[in-house]
Design a protein around this ligand. Structure first.
Ligand SMILES: C[S@@+](CC[C@H](N)C(=O)[O-])C[C@H]1O[C@@H](n2cnc3c(N)ncnc32)[C@H](O)[C@@H]1O
Length: 274
C-alpha cells in the first residue's frame, strides 16, 4: 500500500523529532514496509488511518510503536570482525596495562540493538583477558528501542542469529540451549547494565569512559546531530580512551578533535593527543 506524500512527511517529521533518524524523500518504500505490519497488528486497515490515529492521540503508544518500527536493528555477533580483532590485539591490552593499578574499566555500547555487540565484547573480555575477572568492569549498553532492550536483557538468540558470526567454541562456553534457541549465560548477562538512552536527547550522567562503541547509528542522523553526539562523546571519553564507529562512519569533517587510529577497517578513534 503506497503512502501519500502528506502522510510520509508527517511520519518523517515525528520520527526525526523523536529519534533524530532522517527519512529523506525516496524512503517511502521503507516507511511502507516497516509500518504495514503495525497497521495489520493494530487492525487499522491503512497507513492513512495509522497517521489519523496518531494525530488524534499524539501522546499515545502508537507513536512510540512507529518510532520503534522505523529503527534499523541490523546487527550480528562480531560484526565486521576487524574492530574486535583490534580490540583484542591492541586496544584492550593497552587499556589493561594503563589501568592495572586501578583495576577498573568502563565501557558503553551506545546503540546495542538486540545485544550481539555488547555480548561479543563481554565474551572477548572473559575469554581473552581472564585477568579481568578480579577487575571492576562498568559495562553499560543502551538503545532507543524498548523491544531491543528487552531482547538484550533476555540474551536469547535463534539458531540463525547464532550462526551469524558467533564462533562455535564461544557458543559452547557462554550459551545455554533453551528449546530451539540459545541464551547467554546469566554470569555474562548480569555483567551488563542495559538501559534506554535516546542519543538525540539528554544522556544520563555517566562516569568517564575507557571505551565507547557507537557503531552503525550515526549514519541515520543529519550532520548537526552527528556533531552534537561526537561532541558529547568527546566529553565522556577519558583522554586516553577509544571510540569505535561503524565501517561507513567517520569523525572527519564533523569533529576535528578525534584522530583515526591506523588499524585496518576498524573504525577506531581517539582524542588527538598533546
Ligand atoms: C543498525 S543498529 C546497530 C547495532 C550495533 N551497534 C551494530 O553495529 O551492530 C542501529 C541501532 O541504533 C538504534 N537507534 C536509532 N536511533 C537511535 C537513537 N536516537 N538513540 C539511540 N539508539 C538509536 C536502533 O534502535 C538500532 O538498534
Amino acid at each position: 500500500m503506497a503512502i501519500n506524500p502528506t502522510d510520509f512527511d508527517f511520519i518523517s517529521k515525528i520520527v526525526r523529532e523523536q529519534s533524530a533518524i532522517v527519512l529523506e524523500k525516496g524512503k517511502e518504500y521503507l516507511v511502507e514496509s516497516r509500518l504495514m505490519p503495525l497497521v495489520h497488528q493494530e487492525k487499522l486497515e491503512s497507513l492513512e488511518n495509522l497517521v489519523k490515529q496518531i494525530k488524534m492521540k499524539p501522546r499515545g503508544t502508537l507513536k512510540d510503536a512507529v518510532i520503534e518500527a522505523m529503527t534499523t536493528n541490523e546487527t550480528s555477533f562480531y560484526r565486521d570482525i576487524h574492530p574486535f580483532e583490534t580490540l583484542k590485539n591492541a586496544i584492550l591490552p593497552e587499556l589493561i596495562e594503563k589501568r592495572k593499578t586501578q583495576k577498573e574499566l568502563s565501557i558503553w555500547c551506545g546503540a546495542s540493538s538486540s545485544g550481539q555487540e555488547p555480548y561479543s565484547l563481554i565474551m572477548l573480555l572473559k575469554n581473552s583477558f581472564p585477568q579481568l575477572n578480579i577487575w571492576k568492569t562498568n559495562f553499560s549498553a543502551s538503545d532507543i528501542s524498548n523491544q531491543m532492550l528487552n531482547r538484550c536483557k533476555s540474551g536469547i538468540y535463534s539458531q540463525l542469529e547464532i550462526n551469524r558470526g558467533l564462533p562455535a567454541p564461544l557458543m559452547v562456553k557462554y550459551f545455554e540451549r533453551i528449546g530451539t534457541e540459545w541464551q547467554v549465560k546469566e554470569e555474562l548477562r548480569k555483567m551488563i547494565q542495559f538501559r534506554i538512552i535516546n542519543l538525540s536527547e539528554a544522556w544520563p550522567m555517566m562516569a568517564p569512559l575507557d571505551l565507547i562503541m557507537m557503531r552503525n547509528v550515526l549514519i541515520y542522523f543529519d550532520v548537526e546531530m552527528k556533531k552534537n553526539i561526537l561532541g558529547r562523546i568527546r566529553k565522556l571519553l577519558k583522554p586516553d580512551g577509544y571510540l569505535f564507529l561503524g565501517a561507513a562512519e567517520t569523525t572527519l569533517n564533523l569533529d576535528e578533535n578525534f584522530e583515526r587510529m591506523p588499524f585496518k577497517q576498524s573504525g577506531c578513534y581517539r582524542l588527538k593527543q598533546g
